[in-house]
Structures are given as structure tokens and as C-alpha cells.
Design a protein around this ligand. Structure first.
Ligand code: ADE
Length: 223
């Protein structure tokens, strides 16, 4: 997979693309992530990319031309063009899986007060990461990229996906490591028993109870 990110703040991605699982996925050639400055596509002598909104109010609005030019520069026949905005569809594990099917994602990070409405005509999918407003689309785009890249073949062990939260609409079961007794809090006996079938059953029950207690809405969802 290749991901082109269009942003006004490329340096926000510096550590993200170097660190941990995403950094390793890039060095192992599982994904190519290129971060581009929208300003480089401005034809204005001062590299302006925003202006006052018609009708007043609003503050600064991203202009359509640099965004169109940037998207048209990178877009291929198999690209999906995504805009990060609180008005988009809510991102979840299912949408993360859907996005793994594309060879090429172009992700536009909105900023300032908003973007010119005509930009929507060149966007295939608008994504929100939650019902709150952030200062820009950079962090949301990292959330989406992280959730997608970790699902790509060979990035993390297949087993890790099978039991993780949100797969099968269930939250993950509790896990423990050493020591067996930490300040009087003991690791459940069954996990020390070596009895695989009992461990499997215990984990299944814990997953179901945890989901019932914390996120009963997940059990009612049919997606
Ligand atoms: N930009 C600002 N807030 C956002 C959100 N919640 N999701 C996606 N993009 C955003």
C-alpha cells in the first residue's frame, strides 16, 4: 500500500513515520508513506493556501486550487481520496479493514476554520475519528493510518488480530505478565494451569462479560 498525506504541517508526521510498528512497516516495505506540504502546490507568490470566507464570519478557509492541484498530481486510477473532517463517517475497526483493500490512499488533512465546499467534489470519502473537534486533520489522519497499516499483511502477527478488541464485536480479554502476585493482586489460576481448553473458555467468558459491562452497544451492532 502507498499513502500520500497532504498537510500544512508535515513535521507533525516526523516521529510518527519513524517510530515503532509504523516505522518498521515502512522499513520492511509493507507500506510507503509520503507526507507533502499543501503549500508547495500554491501558485500564490507568498504560498498562501487560505483566505477569508465569503459572507464573513468563519475565519480563514482553505482554498480549492492548491488542494485540487495536489490531489490531481498524486491521483491514479486506483486511488481513494480521503478528507479528515469531523463531518465524515465515524472511523471504526470495520472501516480500517475496508481501507486495507486499496493500493493507494491520498489523505487530506483539513485545517483552520474549514475548507472551501467545492473541495468535497474531488473527495471520495470523508472520515471523522470521533464526535469532537480537533485543531486539524493531522492527528486524525495518523489514527486512521495506524489502524490500517497494522492490519496489512506481515506488519504484526496474524494471531494478534484474531482476539483483539472489536473483532467479533467483542472487547479483548484481560492479560497478565510477571509477577504472579503483585501487591496481593494475583494472576487468575486458570492462566497458570497450562490447560488450553479451560484458558480458551475463560478468555471467551471474560471477553463477553467485559463487553456486556463496558460496551453493550457492540453486541447490538450488526456490522
Ligand atoms: N478534524 C478536526 N476534528 C476532526 C475529527 N474529529 N475527525 C477527523 N478530522 C478532524
Amino acid at each position: 500500500m502507498k499513502i500520500d498525506v497532504l498537510t500544512l504541517f508535515p513535521s507533525m508526521f516526523d516521529d510518527f513515520i519513524k517510530t515503532s510498528i509504523i516505522g518498521r512497516a515502512i522499513s520492511d516495505n509493507k507500506v510507503i508513506i509520503n507526507v507533502h506540504n499543501i503549500r508547495d502546490f500554491s501558485k500564490d507568490p507568498h504560498k498562501r493556501v487560505d483566505d477569508y470566507g465569503f459572507g464573513g464570519g468563519q475565519g480563514m478557509v482553505l482554498m480549492p486550487e492548491p488542494i485540487f492541484d495536489a490531489i490531481e498530481h498524486f491521483k491514479k486510477s486506483d486511488s481513494l481520496v480521503i478528507m479528515m473532517t469531523p463531518q465524515g463517517v465515524l472511523h471504526n475497526q470495520k472501516t480500517a479493514y475496508e481501507l486495507t483493500k486499496y493500493n493507494h490512499l491520498i489523505i487530506v488533512c483539513g485545517h483552520y476554520e474549514g475548507f472551501d465546499e467545492r473541495i468535497r467534489s474531488i473527495i471520495d470519502l470523508e472520515i471523522s475519528i470521533g464526535d469532537y473537534v480537533l485543531t486539524g486533520g493531522e492527528i486524525p489522519s495518523m489514527v486512521v493510518i495506524d489502524s490500517v497499516v497494522r492490519l496489512l499483511d506481515g506488519v504484526i502477527k496474524k494471531d494478534s488480530h484474531v482476539n483483539e478488541s472489536f473483532n467479533n464485536s467483542l472487547l479483548d480479554y484481560p492479560v497478565y505478565t510477571k509477577p504472579q502476585d503483585f501487591r496481593g493482586m494475583k494472576v487468575p489460576e486458570v492462566l497458570l494451569s497450562g490447560h488450553h481448553e479451560n484458558i480458551r473458555k475463560w478468555r471467551e467468558e471474560e471477553s463477553i462479560n467485559r463487553t456486556l459491562n463496558r460496551r453493550p452497544d457492540l453486541l447490538e451492532r450488526d456490522d
